[in-house]
Design a protein around this ligand. Structure first.
Ligand SMILES: Cc1cc2nc3c(=O)[nH]c(=O)nc-3n(C[C@H](O)[C@H](O)[C@H](O)COP(=O)(O)OP(=O)(O)OC[C@H]3O[C@@H](n4cnc5c(N)ncnc54)[C@H](O)[C@@H]3O)c2cc1C
Ligand SMILES: *[C@@H]1O[C@H](CO)[C@@H](O)[C@H](O)[C@H]1NC(C)=O
Ligand SMILES: *[C@@H]1O[C@H](CO)[C@@H](O)[C@H](O)[C@H]1NC(C)=O
Length: 533
């Protein structure tokens, strides 16, 4: 699976990245600045929002970030034996430019020359241990399992993989790369728009700006419909595409075409992760945005109107929360919600709003269970006759079948690759990661592993259960100065999508505060900015 070539356009954007055109984008106008902004949620979405808010509104504004659980949210690690392992969001695409920028930026800054001191001690400890780098690469090898046997096993020889696939799927595989690349090409336009300070008021408008009607349609069709329409074969979809949607989103090819394309891009080569764990980016962004972390659960948000000095009525948001010291509340000029407003994800009530804002939007989140097992795999479980000592497959994907209890099985490398580290064959005890829709029973574990010495289970409401056609996506703008980041997950859920949404909302909040309508929902940006490269 590594025929990937970066497009020229993509490379140009990578070059553009550091050219600093940003300064033109949104010169602050005179007038009142907001004094206090709240961000609810300290996952990658919330912490990136804090980072971009600081960039847009400058040093004067106080930014509070509320978090009821752990900083990182769905980016989390678990310790097994001597090492830490990712149990949530794991891999990042080489063209995810915001994630790349965060790691570059955090890697360069020297936090110890920074005299800002009002942060909890834990950050300093984190900084002491790790620098910000992409993690070292470990070679990988893929196989596909149908519940009984391996139907595909990647060879060490590129040419054999190529011929094997050509024989089985004709040119489907090559065409798929071209199709995904053409989507990625349009996707990359968002970076240029954001660089110039443009923002969008809804998920549909954001998608439309990237790829026109065809992108909006992608969200309203299943991946299956889309790809069949593009001339791909059903066999190819079942044998090859579905294993990829299953490992990335725990769902079939009936997810929407947009998240489907994101998922297929996730099968590219060059995927990376952050050395020391992806969640480190979140604490790094909190630190570099100089925001205050408030470890508390937000229970409700109420809109309050108060007469201001100038005599005109000004509205504020009252954020009510419960922390270790009990219940409290604070007033904010702007509030950013960076957690999904769905059943089981967060319970925030909104009062005083007209029209009312629901605690939960329609649609549910899909459960994926991550099970880490430190043990000896029973390779016969995979129906292979290979000796365990020769079995070096790192990622077993699965096709849909009644007998399949798992979505995937991967040999897992620690978040920090020690010097001299080599992935071992299946005849050694090592850490395996299993994704499944339901927790694994002891019986199921016994059928897969000969023995184990530790098991760790994390149950996630991981990403939306996609079932296009999508009714209306939840709004980015819930009220005048109240914004909702995770609406974007209904297009696709990924770290980079949250980061893109974060920058969009920081820009949107800034432009709406300063009434700069010319930077919101502009049509035809692609043609208008073409000359600007
Ligand atoms: C198993 C799994 C594998 C994945 N693999 C990948 C991958 O390989 N690559 C990729 O790009 N993406 C992957 N994803 C998706 C990715 O992890 C998410 O899209 C991303 O992390 C979402 O970030 P977020 O900040 O928007 O939301 P979250 O990380 O969910 O952050 C929301 C935060 O808000 C907090 N919160 C909730 N309610 C309240 C409240 N009332 N008050 C205060 N705080 C509150 C929560 O505790 C949480 O920390 C994966 C996800 C899972 C679960
Ligand atoms: C390993 O798996 C095979 C196939 O499922 C099974 O027949 C065998 O009993 C298992 N081995 C052990 C030791 O459990
Ligand atoms: C998607 O389909 C639904 C139902 O068919 C429709 O109401 C909606 O307008 C469509 N959305 C877009 C963006 O095409």
């Amino acid at each position: 699976m590594n025929l990937h070539t970066m497009s020229l356009r993509a490379l140009l954007f990578l070059g553009l990245w550091h050219s600093g055109r940003r300064s033109l984008a949104s010169a602050p106008q005179l007038g009142d600045q907001p004094k206090k902004i709240a961000v609810i949620g300290a996952g990658i979405g919330g912490t990136a929002t804090a980072y971009y808010l600081r960039q847009e509104f400058g040093p004067g504004v106080k930014i509070d970030v509320f978090e009821s659980g752990a900083v990182g949210g769905r980016l989390q690690t678990v310790k097994m034996g001597d090492y830490e392992y990712e149990v949530g969001g794991a891999v990042i695409h080489p063209l995810n430019l915001h994630m790349k920028h965060f790691v570059d930026k955090l890697g360069k800054s020297d936090h110890f020359q920074n005299t800002y001191i009002s942060l909890p001690l834990q950050y300093y400890i984190i900084y002491n241990y790790f620098r910000y780098f992409p993690r070292k690469d470990v070679p990988s090898k893929i196989a596909i399992f149908n519940g009984k046997e391996l139907t595909f096993e990647e060879s060490d020889w590129f040419i054999i993989n190529f011929l094997q696939c050509l024989w089985r799927y004709g040119f489907n595989l090559l065409r798929m790369r071209m199709w995904v690349e053409s989507i990625l090409d349009k996707f990359m336009r968002i970076y240029q728009y954001q660089q110039y300070g443009y923002s969008f008021s809804s998920v549909e408008r954001l998608l439309h700006a990237m790829g026109g009607d065809s992108f909006v349609t992608l969200m309203n069709q299943t991946l299956e419909e889309t790809m069949i329409g593009e001339g791909f074969s059903q066999v190819f979809l079942n044998d090859f595409v579905e294993p990829i949607t299953r490992v990335n989103y725990g769902q079939s090819v009936r997810i929407n075409g947009f998240v489907g394309a994101v998922s297929l891009a996730g099968a590219d080569s060059g995927l990376w992760a952050v050395d020391g764990g992806n969640k480190k980016v979140c604490s790094g962004l909190l630190y570099s945005s100089k925001s205050e972390l408030i470890p508390a659960k937000v229970t409700s948000i109420a809109v309050k109107v108060r007469p201001s000095k100038s005599g005109a009525a000004a509205s504020f948001y009252e954020v009510n929360y419960v922390g270790e010291d009990g219940a409290a509340h604070s007033l904010y000029d702007i509030v950013m919600i960076a957690t999904p407003l769905h059943q089981g994800k967060s319970d925030i009530t909104f009062s005083g709003f007209s029209p009312p804002i629901p605690s939960h939007y329609p649609g549910r989140f899909h459960q994926t269970v991550t099970t880490l097992v430190h043990g000896l795999l029973n390779v016969s479980f995979l129906g292979t006759t290979e000796a365990a000592s020769d079995f070096r497959v790192s990622d077993v994907l699965t096709t849909a079948s009644e007998v399949s209890i798992i979505n995937s099985l991967s040999s897992l490398d620690p978040v920090h690759i020690p010097p001299g580290y080599k992935p071992s064959p299946a005849s050694h005890r090592k850490v395996w990661k299993v994704f499944s829709p339901e927790p694994l029973t002891q019986e199921q574990l016994k059928s897969m592993f000969l023995s184990w010495d530790s098991v760790s289970e994390t149950r996630w409401l991981a990403y939306p259960a996609y079932s296009p056609p999508q009714r209306k996506t939840p709004p980015f703008i819930l009220h005048k100065r109240l914004y909702y980041l995770n609406a974007v997950e209904w297009a696709a859920s990924a770290m980079e999508m949250s980061a893109i949404s974060a920058r969009n909302l920081a820009l949107l909040a800034h432009h709406r505060w300063h009434n700069q309508d010319s930077k919101i929902d502009q049509e035809d940006l692609h043609t208008r900015l073409r000359g600007e490269l």
